[in-house]
Design a protein around this ligand. Structure first.
Ligand code: ADP
Ligand code: ASP
Ligand code: MG
Length: 404
């Protein structure tokens, strides 16, 4: 059996007209003798009636501190509505589709509500449907615990559902359909001349996703990478080939190796706060980080200097972080409204001058660098949020990404 997983994001299932485009993509896969397993997200984006953000808003308007368990029950409804509508649309067009919730599709998770991890997948229900010539339409973003509790997989988690099903079913390919024609050198909402990458490595796209590129969930990339299943990100709205994510570099067939590019993309994470802690004792640094861990606050962009520790946290956790540290007697300063901007490139390691180009691009644009951090395949800076777009554009230009 040749299985293909086709995942359609919120904008791809938002209206009757676009759902007809989805039908075409499914029909095309069938014409190629593939058996599609369809995964759908909730319909539309923030503001649309059945979108995840709308459902969260609805329940939070009753109680700002809605419990994680109840929030999951509500969030699951978005994908259920979408899958039911998509299934009905396919049936109306003569395709024998069957809707499945995450649980009905055999997706078992832990009980970490809002951020559940998939523990196992029983592929029998889907395989049974496929053997009978049916097309399963699975609700993305959700699973069920062994005790029958509904869970969700973290925002953007329908991509994770698609990859996890692809892995469990030994799919030939996982297609992620969205509103852009592939993974781009930057978010096109910020950089008008961003280019579509025809090929990218799992490692690079994972970094881009972790550093904020919302186009695909990093967990989805990790799962596909572990199983070595090709992932393609493409648009529902056109027939462009999209971006192929794989381990095979173009260099193997003579072109430029994708993993040799110094810079592949620029990305950003907004809504970050910088915390500066004054320290007087040498043992303070591990105590500060232990305190943050004990409070379940994850820290990033860490710099430890004699007398001062700097790190960043998600802005919504900044006050909790500062209060916790002050209660222990530390002097704390918080800088709100920051953003992390990163350049990712599989080939930047050991190339001299990359950091110099990075800093030059920002300095020439009068952008103040608040902090930096680098790894083998990325360089990141903290800047003021008001300078985020300028920074992304300047770096995109400096690393000639429009000409990639
Ligand atoms: P879906 O609902 O289909 O999952 P998302 O909104 O989660 O769609 O992801 C698609 C969006 O990701 C695009 O509209 C685009 O604005 C944004 N995006 C951010 N970074 C990138 C990038 N590097 N390449 C392409 N799109 C990006
Ligand atoms: N509907 C969910 C969200 O908005 C999952 C997804 O779209 O992938 O986060
Ligand atoms: Mg998404």
């Amino acid at each position: 059996m040749r299985i293909i997983v086709q995942k359609f994001g919120g904008t791809s299932v938002a209206s009757p007209e676009v759902r007809q485009l989805v039908v075409k993509k499914i029909q095309k896969a069938k014409e190629q003798d593939l058996q599609p397993v369809v995964v759908v997200s909730a319909m539309g984006r923030k503001g649309d009636s059945y979108a995840t953000d709308t459902l969260i808003g609805l329940v939070r308007s009753a109680n700002k501190h809605t419990a994680a368990r109840e929030l999951d029950q509500v969030m699951c409804c978005g994908e259920m509505i979408s899958a039911a509508v998509m299934t009905a649309t396919l049936q109306e067009r003569g395709i024998e589709a069957v809707m499945l919730t995450g649980g009905q599709a055999g997706i078992i998770t832990d009980a970490n509500f809002n951020h559940a991890r998939i523990l196992k997948i029983d592929s029998a229900p889907i395989l049974r449907l496929l053997k009978n010539g049916k097309t399963p339409v699975v609700c993305g973003f959700q699973g069920v615990t062994a005790d029958g509790e509904l869970t969700t997989l973290g925002r953007g988690g329908s991509d994770t559902t698609a990859s996890a099903l692809g892995g469990a079913l030994n799919a030939e390919m996982i297609e992620i359909y969205t509103d852009v024609a592939g993974i781009m050198t930057a978010d096109p909402r910020l950089v008008s001349n961003a280019k579509i990458l025809d090929c990218i490595s799992y490692g690079e796209v994972c970094q881009l996703a972790h550093q904020g590129a919302k186009v695909i969930h990093p967990r989805a990339v990790e799962i596909a990478m572990q199983k070595n299943i090709p992932l393609v990100v493409k648009s529902t709205f056109c027939d462009e080939p999209g971006t192929l994510i794989t381990n095979v570099s173009k260099g193997d067939s003579g072109g430029t190796s994708v993993t040799d590019r110094i810079a592949t993309g620029v990305t950003y994470l907004a809504n970050i706060a910088q915390i500066k802690v004054s320290t007087h004792h040498t043992d303070a640094s591990y105590k500060v980080f232990k305190t943050m861990a004990a409070s379940n606050i994850s820290v990033d962009l860490i710099n430890v200097h004699p007398g001062q520790i700097m790190f960043t946290v998600a802005e919504e956790l900044a006050d909790k972080a500062a209060e916790t540290l002050r209660a222990l007697g530390y002097e704390v300063e918080t800088l709100y409204d920051c953003a992390k901007v990163s350049v990712v490139g599989g080939g930047m390691r050991e190339v001299p001058g990359v950091m110099a180009s990075f800093v030059e691009a920002l300095s020439l644009n009068d952008i103040q660098i608040l902090q930096t951090v680098d790894s083998h395949t990325s360089i990141s800076v903290l800047v003021k949020k008001s300078e985020m777009q300028k920074s992304v554009t300047a770096l995109h230009e400096k690393f000639s990404l429009a000409a990639i």
